[in-house]
Design a protein around this ligand. Structure first.
Ligand code: LMR
Length: 395
């Protein structure tokens, strides 16, 4: 029965890690998958996480199931991060959150929810985007359309092009936005552009769906929520899928949240009942450990402060590497000043797929084939070799 199955190509991002591990060159550089790395190339466990885990291990007395929605209190803690303290969404109890296995799990539950509840049959996704978006929302049964996002000449978000393509969207369609640190381009709308997008999507009856995976990696935990919070002004109803993989470094614990915002609390209760049906059908109820860590840290002021400092340290290191990289490139006659204007973990270098293949084959530098690099993979130790490799493929 299975003999007719065709082999699938390797995943464009996670497949790179497998390939990198097999590469025997000692000077290889991994700028593929989006994980934070220290100067020594390590992806550490945050101190606040270690402390929370210790407390959990000492106090935990059962491994019985969580409720379908997850760890008690997780929902409110997530909402406090996403929305401002004065938010009407929170004050009027218009949002409901379920814990999900990572940001990806949250996206899928959100996709299932809008498809199964006949909210939308089509989702508009930026071009370019994270490759897995198409698989996740396609698997949820949604039709996928693309809107233009990026201007290769200016290396930045192209508002006019995005609006022009979204004019073809029909009322009731969903539009996926990256809350901050757009993956793969690192280019986000400005504050004014978020306003325009919020107004435009409201006027056209579109449902905003935020993939919010990098909160804290652009300007700060509060600042990075500006896009989502701007939309609160224009939309009574929208969706946010958030992830704690990056800002808590909890990659393999698979912990995120799906938040659905409704026009009133009664609608939110009904939506919540259906979100739980989607969870039950996918994985029944979420794994506990990651959710407990996040809840422990966010509900303890001291641990929360330590977490905020650790997020800042990660953000600052990436910014330092952006500056160093640009300086070193400049010294070799390569002007990639746009790298310092891009946000978060990623930069969109403009390297072509052929150049990406060449830099991997000739120099052991691994990037995603669309030219995306993980800036956190750069260090003072590998930056010279990296610049040399880039010069080699640009020649
Ligand atoms: C990435 O874009 O590299 C990360 O979000 C990891 C992943 O799952 O692809």
């Amino acid at each position: 029965m299975f003999e007719k199955i065709a082999a699938a190509p390797a995943d464009p991002i996670l497949g790179l890690t497998e390939e990198f591990k097999k590469d025997t060159r000692s000077d290889k550089i991994n700028l593929g998958v989006g994980v934070f790395k220290t100067e020594d190339g390590k992806t550490p466990i945050l101190n606040c996480v270690k402390k929370a885990e210790k407390r959990i291990l000492e106090s935990e007395n059962t491994k019985s199931y969580l409720s379908i929605a997850g760890v008690p209190g997780f929902d409110k803690l997530v909402q406090d991060l996403i929305f401002s303290a004065k938010s009407d969404v929170v004050a009027s109890s218009r949002a409901r959150t379920v814990q999900a296995p990572g940001g990806t799990g949250a996206l899928r539950i959100g996709g299932d929810f809008i498809h199964q509840q006949n909210v939308s049959s089509t989702i508009w996704i930026s071009d370019p985007t994270w490759a897995n978006h198409m698989k996740v929302f396609g698997a949820a049964g949604l039709k996928i359309e693309r809107y233009k996002y990026y201007n290769k000449e200016t290396h930045s978000f192209d508002l006019q092009a995005a609006l022009d393509s979204l004019k073809a969207a029909k009322p009731g369609d969903t539009v996926l936005f990256h809350g901050c640190c757009h993956n793969p381009t690192g280019s986000d709308p400005s504050a004014e552009e978020w306003e325009t997008l919020g107004k435009f999507t409201a006027e056209h009856g579109l449902l905003p769906f935020f993939d919010f995976a990098y909160q804290g990696f652009s300007k700060g935990l509060e600042e990075d929520a500006a896009g989502v919070r701007t939309f609160e002004k224009y939309h009574k109803e929208f969706i946010v899928a958030n992830s704690f993989s990056k800002n808590f470094g909890l990659y393999n614990e698979r912990i995120g949240g799906l938040t659905v915002v409704c026009a009133n609390s009664g609608d939110a209760d009904k939506a919540f009942s259906q979100m739980k049906i989607a969870v039950r059908a996918n994985f029944s109820n979420p794994p506990a450990h990651g959710g407990k860590i996040v809840a422990e840290v966010l509900s303890d002021p001291e641990l929360k402060k330590e977490w905020e400092d650790e997020v800042k340290a990660m953000r600052d290191r990436i910014l330092d590497m952006r500056k160093l990289f640009v300086e070193k490139l400049k010294a070799e006659g390569i002007d990639w000043g746009f790298i310092v204007k891009q946000n978060g973990m990623f930069s969109f270098t403009g390297l072509t797929p052929e150049q990406v293949d060449k830099i991997k084959a000739d120099c052991g530098v691994y990037c995603v084939r669309n030219g995306r690099i993980n800036v956190a993979g750069i260090s003072t130790k590998n930056v010279d070799a990296l610049v040399k490799a880039i010069k080699h493929v640009l020649a």
